[in-house]
Design a protein around this ligand. Sequence first.
Ligand SMILES: Cc1ncc(COP(=O)(O)O)c(C=O)c1O
Length: 379
Amino acid sequence: MSALPYLKFAGPVLDEATIAGVAEVLRSGQLTSGPWVKKFEESLTAFCDGRPVRALTSATAAIEVALQLAGIGPGDEVITPAQSFFTVLNMIVKVGARPVFVDCGLVTRNLNLAEVERAITPRTKAIVPTHWPGSLVEMDALYALARRHRLRVIEDAALVMGSRWKGRRIGAFGDLVTFSFHPNKNLTTVEGGALVVNDDTEARRVEALRFHGITYLPDRTRDVDFPGGKFNLADVFARIGCAQLERLPAFLATRRALVDRYFERFATDPPCVLPPRPQGDDGQSWNMFSVLLPLPRLAITRRQFRDALESRGIGTGVSYEALHLSTLGRSFGYSEGRFPNTERIARETVTLPLHAGMTADDVDRVSATVADVLAAARR
Ligand SMILES: Cc1ncc(COP(=O)(O)O)c(C=O)c1O
């Protein structure tokens, strides 16, 4: 075992003031959705240049509610990248629609828009792109395509809270946008998520979709006319979110400095495929630092590589498996060989430690350890 402290691959930074703030909420007796959720939503709305934002219990809930808001259900097709988290596939199937996958770029990992255009049929209702840290989906081309084919867009922005496209924040423009506040994301509420919508009518619909489908009648009784879910965020979590949102610029600056350091120090032989290199003030945020291992040139498997790092006190992750090759994905007729970049990423990717609680020394330690392990495993 390493003498150095264990380095997790992701995690939140929570300060004492936030912890004390949570204790106050707990003592207040107002635990579930109340004034802190309202304040959090107002702050998120300001963050998204005034577009209405509603807080939910997760990004998974936000994607499900967004699909329902867009009226997507049985008989509809939704186009989405095969290289993403299971959530997107699951929620498309859960609302009764058919997932239609496309491949992604090997380095940017963002979905291939030319393939999206070819995949459109009369049944296509929406595109759900996942933005990747370090590079966003080409927004101008995405929305031009969506307009041309009259499709809804649900941006999965779980990994890119705080990124900017041509100076404008993700969430501040576009159609429906979802964020995650899981502890591994750029800001956390423990579990939580948010959905950015276009207007107050959509926001009111989200309020019903996230809370049993309830509408309030003039006599202060309630009605439901569809089976809504139960996805409202609680004040305890929103209190954490308010504190985290204030610190987001500092978290992002730390993450960016750590990524710059990775690019300075990360040199392996055989070489790994690295994410897109940061360019000056490029507006990108960095939730993850994922590399592709040169597996064909190594005498070890990815599992053995990860175990070697783990035994030296360094945690790693896999982001992500190929959705079309999951058992659920295959049930829609997909098999190996369909999406070469997605499949190569799924085989070779490793997510290395990156979070706002790390130091430059931590990056140096990871970079040196990866270089050692790969050099020893060279064929
Ligand atoms: C790309 C992506 N989208 C969506 C999600 C779902 O987020 P949540 O855990 O808040 O439901 C995740 C979670 O890791 C993710 O990585």
